[in-house]
Design a protein around this ligand. Structure first.
Ligand code: SAM
Ligand code: SF4
Length: 364
């Protein structure tokens, strides 16, 4: 197999079960990671700024229909203090994530971004859902550097089933990713692995799409059922895929991470919290040894953290930022890697490079 597998090879690896063959995949992914992004592990401080959400995603515990969840929105000063904690710990980036919360006014957040950019050396990454162009443009103008928006699955029918539109606005995350690049953001996307109704072939398409989109960042985690959601309580809204259902297993996530490293050699790829949740002991370390080069320690104030319940039993729910920081530093040293310095953006990224037009992409 060459270093950049085509879709057929990707599919073969996703179905592979032989541990000796898989060891070869891990070795290739780790070698590609070392060659293209080195041994540094970049730390991004994650701040979950609001758990309000206007959407009804069938997979996520923050969905508007979950009435049993107490909702919060962090204050501007609390967000800035969390960013200062990132500086204190030596992180290069703060990631501001939330539900699709229209209570977060564009100008209110723009002011916070301007403050972080003028008073700290941090890169600012946003992950706030499908906001209108004018909001995205305002945040970019305020200095935000990166935007994360997972397309979740490239299977358009499955996506439409699990991610209903908001009002009459049709969802097209690929089109938004393209506009984010036009605005000058570094652009990240990703998928959940093991969504009910997701096939091996569709995950192979997802990984091929990462290459087509030339993404700067790719986040991959297992789908974890949440009992307060349609997909988590056995409600079958998805098509039956017979023997082709991809499992939401740890192994399948490692395969997807490793293959993603092969198709996007210089991308920033996190070992995700969802991965750490299904293997709290060493899921993150194995992710880092099978293609990943980024960690996202949680800096959300502890009083809010347990309320950001996307899925149950989330890793690191009780730890303070200090505890998370100490634990991660040790874990990274233990696998012979070191913590990256600076903002850790994608080296080859050229601001303003357009993504391929929508019609040229395989699933749009
Ligand atoms: N609201 C924004 C959005 O949807 O892009 C950002 C926050 S959302 C909670 C971040 C990511 O959480 C989603 O892109 C999705 O992949 C992941 N997620 C949601 N529910 C999940 C679940 N049950 N299992 C695993 N990951 C989940
Ligand atoms: Fe809201 Fe994002 Fe969860 Fe969907 S995945 S319900 S948009 S927080």
């Amino acid at each position: 197999m060459n270093q950049t597998p085509d879709k057929t090879e990707i599919l073969g690896w996703l179905r592979e079960t032989n541990p000796e063959r898989l060891a070869e995949l891990w070795r290739r992914a780790d070698g590609t990671r070392r060659q293209h992004v080195g041994d540094a592990v970049h730390l991004r401080g994650l701040v979950e700024i609001s758990n309000h959400c206007a959407r009804q995603c069938a997979y996520c515990g923050l969905r508007a229909g979950n009435e049993n969840l107490a909702r919060y929105r962090m204050l501007a000063d609390e967000i800035f203090e969390s960013a200062q904690q990132a500086v204190k710990f030596g992180y290069g980036t703060v990631v501001l994530q939330a539900g699709e919360d229209y209570g977060i006014a564009a100008e209110w957040l723009a002011e916070i971004i301007r403050r972080i950019k003028s008073e700290t050396p941090l890169a600012v990454t946003l992950s706030l859902g499908e906001r209108p162009d004018k909001d995205l443009a305002a945040w970019r103008a305020a200095g935000a550097d990166r935007y994360l928006l997972r397309f979740e699955t490239s299977d358009r029918n499955l996506f439409d089933e699990i991610h209903p539109p908001l009002g009459n606005r049709k969802c097209n995350r690929i089109a938004i990713l393209r506009r984010l690049r036009e605005f000058g953001f570094e652009v990240g996307s990703g998928i959940m692995v093991g969504i009910p109704g997701q096939t091996y072939a569709s995950v192979a398409n997802d990984i091929a799409l990462f290459r087509e989109l030339d993404l700067d960042m790719v986040g991959i985690g297992p789908f974890i059922p949440h009992p307060a959601t349609p997909l988590g309580c056995g409600f079958k809204i998805f098509p039956s895929v017979n023997g082709e259902q991809v499992p939401n297993s740890e192994l399948m996530v490692y395969k997807a991470v490793a293959l993603t490293r092969l198709v996007r050699p210089d991308a920033n790829i996190p070992a995700t919290t969802a991965l750490a949740t299904i293997n709290k002991k060493n899921g993150r370390e194995l992710g880092l040894q099978r293609g990943a080069n980024v960690f996202m320690p949680n800096l959300t104030p502890p009083k809010y953290r347990r309320l950001y319940e996307i899925y149950p039993n989330k890793a690191c729910i009780a730890e303070t930022g200090d505890a998370c920081n100490g634990c991660l530093s040790l874990r990274i040293k233990d696998i012979g890697r070191h913590i990256g310095s600076g903002q850790g953006g994608r080296k080859k990224h050229q601001t303003g490079t357009a993504l391929p037009a929508e019609k040229e992409l395989c699933h749009a």
